[in-house]
Write a protein that binds this ligand. Structure first.
Ligand code: SAM
Length: 258
């Protein structure tokens, strides 16, 4: 399969870092998924696709709920780890190696497509949403959870982009809630909910370690943190706790229906 530069960067990054995303990662807490699913009507046996499944925290939660789950990712080591964890927990899942921008499924295959804390790596959120709309059954739902920046906060958006790109070169871009809503609507998906909530990043050093951030980039990020303008400082609640730099991501949970 041919990948563009953004996809190749994600493949390279997450193939090397797969072991960092399992137990002990802050994404292990899936309260955000559980809460969002309360407003999506699904029966046991529903067909679910978890795109960019990573260490499968979302995908295996869906399997626990009794759905028929396909875990998809661009990085085979992530899928290998996901399959091992599923087997350890006695859960049955399918795995599928493909990018988020091109799905190998027939139209109207899934009742639910989920994608959590991954879409900011995608080279084309447009193609991801178009593919999602294509493979959802009529009445099916998309649950998208990702970092974002509230609409019209351009300074904060530029700052966050610089920080994330230095930390992990496979970061591509955060879309605002309005941009995601427009993409969904352009593909015939009706936005049912679009909620922002704060999500604590408990330790900047740990965050560097998960991405194997080079030392020179860490220094640049620390400079950006030290010089962060007031608008950024207050929006992300940048602070220090027990000698650790902490801040609060803005997390978007968007639900759209076909
Ligand atoms: C932070 S992890 C995802 C976390 C996971 N969804 C969860 O809930 O625990 C990001 C994942 O996105 C995948 N990824 C990045 N770009 C991708 C793309 N274009 N297509 C498919 N997967 C991609 C990476 O390989 C990685 O496994």
């Amino acid at each position: 399969m041919d990948f563009d530069d953004v996809q190749a960067a994600a493949l390279n990054q997450f193939s090397r870092q797969s072991e960092r995303y399992g137990n002990g990662h802050i994404l292990q807490n899936i309260d955000d998924v559980a809460q969002a699913l309360q407003s999506i009507p699904l029966q046991p046996g529903s067909q679910a696709l978890d795109v960019a499944t990573g260490a499968e925290h979302t995908g295996l939660f869906l399997a626990l709920l009794g759905y028929n789950v396909t875990l998809a990712d661009i990085a085979q080591p992530m899928l290998d780890k996901a399959a091992r964890t599923a087997a350890e927990r006695g859960l049955t899942v399918k795995t599928a190696l493909h990018p988020a921008e091109q799905f190998p499924y027939a139209g109207e295959t899934f009742d639910l497509v989920t994608c959590r804390v991954a879409a900011h790596h995608f080279s084309s959120p447009e193609r991801f949403i178009a593919e999602t709309a294509r493979v959802l059954k009529p009445g099916g739902h998309l649950l998208l959870i990702d970092g974002t920046v509230a609409d019209d906060q351009l300074e904060a958006q530029a700052w966050l982009h610089a920080v994330e790109k230095l930390r992990d070169p496979s970061h591509h871009r955060f879309l605002t809630p309005r941009e995601w809503a427009a993409l969904c609507q352009s593909q015939g998906l009706a936005v049912r909910a679009s909620n922002l909530s704060p999500f604590k990043q408990p330790d900047l050093n740990w965050y560097f370690e998960t991405a194997a951030t080079p030392d020179k980039n860490r220094i640049q990020v620390l400079e950006l943190v030290a010089r962060a303008p007031d608008s950024v400082r207050s929006l992300f609640r940048i602070g220090e706790e027990d000698g650790k730099i902490v801040w609060w991501w803005q997390r978007l949970a968007l639900i759209a229906a076909k």
